[in-house]
Write a protein that binds this ligand. Structure first.
Ligand code: NAG
Ligand code: NAG
Ligand code: NAG
Length: 289
């Protein structure tokens, strides 16, 4: 009896907690510092669960700066544009404009592999390159605060991924930072370290793709149709199995129809013709005899 009562009470308590969670009367916070338009899919940490999407959580730090934690990198949110689904982010280290590395290295593959965000594969970014010898052709791109007597650090700003053949043999890329919009004009790519530093300070754009995130969660993958942002098809592995089965069925149907036509219009008349010919010839033979 006592057990039944305690189970009933526990159940009641859970029910009340559940109902309370669902009817949390608190409003969603829409503003933090300079960002006044926080809304779906974004949410602020600590807000009621009905606000935004947990995969797009931001937080407001002690200095009222809106921060996104993406794969353990920390980025200030500079702008959110719902019309074109673009969020502009700045790495917290690079935002100071001082000489140094990003808080965490971030390459384009990491963004594309995530599903929540998208950006053109070929878009501007900085590659930090460490070399064991001095590279004369990159002397304008030396990162002074990271270069010592035994190793030199350069930064190379490109709108394509550096292939290992693109950099001298004594160098290797050890950190990356995305920069600018996806479609920044080629002519504006900065060339000296000071210009690159200033460019990185302005941050980079990502588009968000809730549907692609859902597609990935559903076991599919996003097939971006064009380089155009956000235009993609959700494909699934089983699509291939279905396509294969349909192709086999189609070939089988074509084969059956082909055989039918062959039998009905070619073989059958041939048989009849052969029969007539045979009859005719044997008659002639008989007549000749
Ligand atoms: C942050 O914003 C809140 C609300 O606008 C304000 O009360 C608080 O003083 C701000 N804190 C700082 C450090 O600016
Ligand atoms: C680097 O080389 C310079 C000149 O050769 C020397 O004065 C300096 O102490 C060296 N620094 C380090 C960290 O080895
Ligand atoms: C980056 O590296 C490529 C290949 O070595 C080079 O052509 C280009 O000039 C470099 N850009 C900068 C800004 O250093």
């Amino acid at each position: 009896m006592r057990n039944t009562v305690s189970i009933a009470l526990t159940f009641l308590a859970l029910l009340i907690i559940h109902v309370q969670a669902r009817t949390d009367p608190r409003q969603c916070t829409t503003s933090c510092g300079d960002i006044h338009n926080i809304g779906y899919p974004f949410r602020l940490r600590g807000d009621p669960s009905h606000c935004g999407d947990p995969d797009y959580e931001l937080y407001c730090d002690a200095n009222n700066r809106t921060i996104l934690n993406f794969h353990a990198g920390l980025y200030y949110v500079k702008r959110i544009s719902y019309a074109d689904r673009v969020i502009r982010l700045v790495d917290v280290n690079l935002a100071t404009g001082n000489c140094g590395l990003p808080y965490r290295s971030l390459g384009i593959e990491e963004v594309l592999g995530d599903g929540r965000y998208n950006r053109k594969y070929s878009s501007p970014h900085a590659s930090f390159v460490r070399c064991s010898v001095e590279i004369n052709s990159m002397r304008n791109n030396i990162v002074p605060c990271l270069s010592g007597n035994t190793s030199r650090v350069y930064v190379n700003y490109t709108d394509y991924m550096l292939y290992y053949l693109d950099i001298p043999r004594s160098c290797s890329v050890f950190a990356m930072a995305l920069s600018g919009g996806s479609d920044d004009p080629k002519v504006n790519l900065p060339t000296s370290y000071d210009d690159i530093r200033r460019k990185l300070q302005l941050g980079f754009d990502l588009t968000w793709t809730v549907e692609c995130r859902d597609c990935l969660a559903d076991g599919g993958y996003c097939q971006f149709l064009t380089e155009e942002r956000n235009r993609f098809r959700c494909s699934k592995e089983e699509d291939y199995a279905t396509q294969l089965r349909n192709a086999i069925l189609y070939l089988a149907a074509v084969f059956v129809i082909g055989m039918t036509i062959l039998c009905r219009y070619i073989l059958a008349p041939l048989v009849v013709f052969n029969f007539i010919l045979h009859k005719c010839c044997s008659k002639r033979n008989r007549i000749e005899q």
